[in-house]
Every structure is written in structure tokens, then in C-alpha cells.
Design a protein around this ligand. Sequence first.
Ligand SMILES: CC(C)(COP(=O)(O)OP(=O)(O)OC[C@H]1O[C@@H](n2cnc3c(N)ncnc32)[C@H](O)[C@@H]1OP(=O)(O)O)[C@@H](O)C(=O)NCCC(=O)NCCS
Length: 138
Amino acid sequence: MEIRAPQPSDVDAVMQLASGLGPVAGPFVRSHLDRHHLLVADLDGEVIGVLAYRTDWFQCTFVTLVSVREDHRKRGVARALFRAVEGMSPSPRIFSSTEETNAVSIQMHTALGFQTSGHIDNLPQGYRELLFYKRLRP
Ligand SMILES: CC(C)(COP(=O)(O)OP(=O)(O)OC[C@H]1O[C@@H](n2cnc3c(N)ncnc32)[C@H](O)[C@@H]1OP(=O)(O)O)[C@@H](O)C(=O)NCCC(=O)NCCS
């Protein structure tokens, strides 16, 4: 498996992986593509995972989406995507988030060494969004 920047031919697969975001998926993917803030996991030429991030969030890196194809989950794809973004983060502080109802994602963040760092209420999704934080280096 290779973690790399997306190519134009990957856009459909990335859109599919981001489809859980609903109607905002298209603009979300395009804006991250424009800023080169997307990573894909490639297995034998197929995109099986995506991670989107931004670097302008309170001068920290913020992971805005991680999604792995259902038939390739629990094999370390998300772990590899996080390792890659951690390696290129300009800030030593990396944040991420997930809905309070997403037990798998909460478990993943814990397993990857994140600690909880507050939450956001009053979002349109109707659930509390939990924030996670990891210090990458001193
Ligand atoms: C959450 C998600 C990205 C995890 O991707 P993944 O490639 O399966 O995760 P990994 O195999 O790298 O697992 C990393 C850790 O997460 C945890 N984990 C992953 N899947 C899990 C599951 N189904 N149940 C419990 N823990 C799980 C484990 O602790 C694992 O560490 P381990 O392998 O040392 O036990 C994937 O399930 C997914 O795409 N879900 C839908 C989208 C989503 O919820 N994204 C996160 C919020 S934006």
C-alpha cells in the first residue's frame, strides 16, 4: 500500500469515499484538492482510503476527514494515512474530530495516540462533535 497525493483520475474514488458527508462532499473534496490537502491510500492502483486536512486551524493541523473503503477496513489503512499526515504536518499540534456516536472512530483516535480535547455543541448534525489532539514533537 502506498500513501500519496491524489491524481486527477482518483477524484471519483475520493468523492465516493467522502459521500458520507452528504451534499457538501463535492465542494469539500474540491476545496481540499485545490489546496493540496488530501492524501489517498493506494492498493494496487485502487484508492481504498482518503484523509483530508487543513493547516490553518488556529495555526495547527486539523484532520477534516478520514474514510476507508468498507472492504479494506481494520487492516491499518487509517493508521497509515495518519502516519503520513503527521509526517508532513507543519505544526507539532494535530487535531481531529468525530461525532460522539462514532464508537469506531473514537476507538481509532485513542489507538492512534490522540487524547480528547473538548467538544463542539450546537452543530447542525444534531450530535456533539468530539475533538482529539496529539502532540507530534516538542
Ligand atoms: C474509522 C475508520 C477510518 C478506521 O479505518 P481503518 O483503516 O479500518 O482503521 P485501522 O485499521 O487503521 O485501525 C486503527 C485502529 O482503529 C481501531 N479500529 C478500527 N476499526 C475498528 C473497529 N471496527 N472496532 C474497534 N476498533 C477499531 C483499532 O484500535 C485500530 O488499531 P489496532 O489495529 O491496533 O487494533 C473506518 O472505519 C471508516 O472509514 N469509517 C467510516 C468513516 C468514519 O467514521 N471516519 C472517521 C470520522 S471522520
